[in-house]
Design a protein around this ligand. Structure first.
Ligand code: E4P
Length: 215
């Protein structure tokens, strides 16, 4: 499983890149609003740092407008992936982008059937939102397993991005269930790195080394 970061914060993206773990970035309108940045110029900055896919979401809701908007976003850099919502118009737009060789990420996926439809329409990626499913009492992690199974049985090469990841356990669980990618908030990278036994062990090694050195 690869890691994407789910943010438009440039320092967080740079840090993940410097750690050598970064295969891509996902963004969404809420993250852009939170950061208060100009979306297109921020996309330019992000795509200059990251070699992999950078998802940029369309705001339009009708297929033709999605297509127009997506083409403009895709023109920003070759590694832009156009993010499209899982709607009837979204699927039409995905088909059109596929014919043009433009990568797409179908977002707001909450069922195996939606993922299958998106894949058949030509999506490069599907993004099941696991945390939001957990919020309403369904298992987001199980959905990842279900989609991985469907794609496997039917030889579908659309990549599964586990999205709406809320805590470190989600990351290991979706990796076990067959997600190709987890897109994670930067805070979770720090949580994943830390372990109290690592800290304790390092403290002991450093203290022993001080003793071994003598005066
Ligand atoms: C993914 O592409 C989305 O940007 C994101 O994971 C949504 O997460 P949230 O449910 O925490 O907003």
């Amino acid at each position: 499983m690869k890691f994407f970061v789910d943010t438009v914060n440039i320092d967080d993206i740079r840090l993940a890149h410097d750690l050598g773990i970064l295969s891509g970035v996902t963004t969404n309108p809420s993250l852009v609003a939170k950061e208060g940045v100009d979306f297109r110029s921020r996309l330019q900055e992000i795509t200059a740092i990251v070699n992999g896919s950078v998802s940029a979401e369309v705001i339009a809701t009708e297929a033709e407008d999605m297509y127009k908007e997506g083409k403009e976003l895709a023109a920003i850099a070759p590694n832009i992936t156009v993010k499209v919502p899982m709607t009837l118009d979204g699927l039409k737009a995905v088909k059109a982008f596929k014919e043009e060789g433009i990568e797409t990420n179908v977002t707001l996926v909450f069922s195996g059937a939606q993922a299958l439809l998106a894949a058949r329409a030509g999506a490069t990626y599907v993004s099941p939102f696991i945390g939001r499913l957990d919020d309403i009492g369904h298992s987001g992690v199980s959905l990842i397993g279900e989609i991985a199974n469907i794609f496997n049985v039917h030889n579908i090469d659309t990549q599964i991005i586990a999205a709406s990841v809320r805590h470190p356990m989600h990351v290991t669980e979706v990796a076990k269930q067959g997600a190709n990618i987890a897109t994670i908030p930067p805070k979770i990278i720090h949580q994943l790195i830390q372990h109290p036994l690592t800290d304790k062990g390092l403290d002991a090694f450093l203290a022993d080394w001080e003793k071994a050195k003598g005066d």
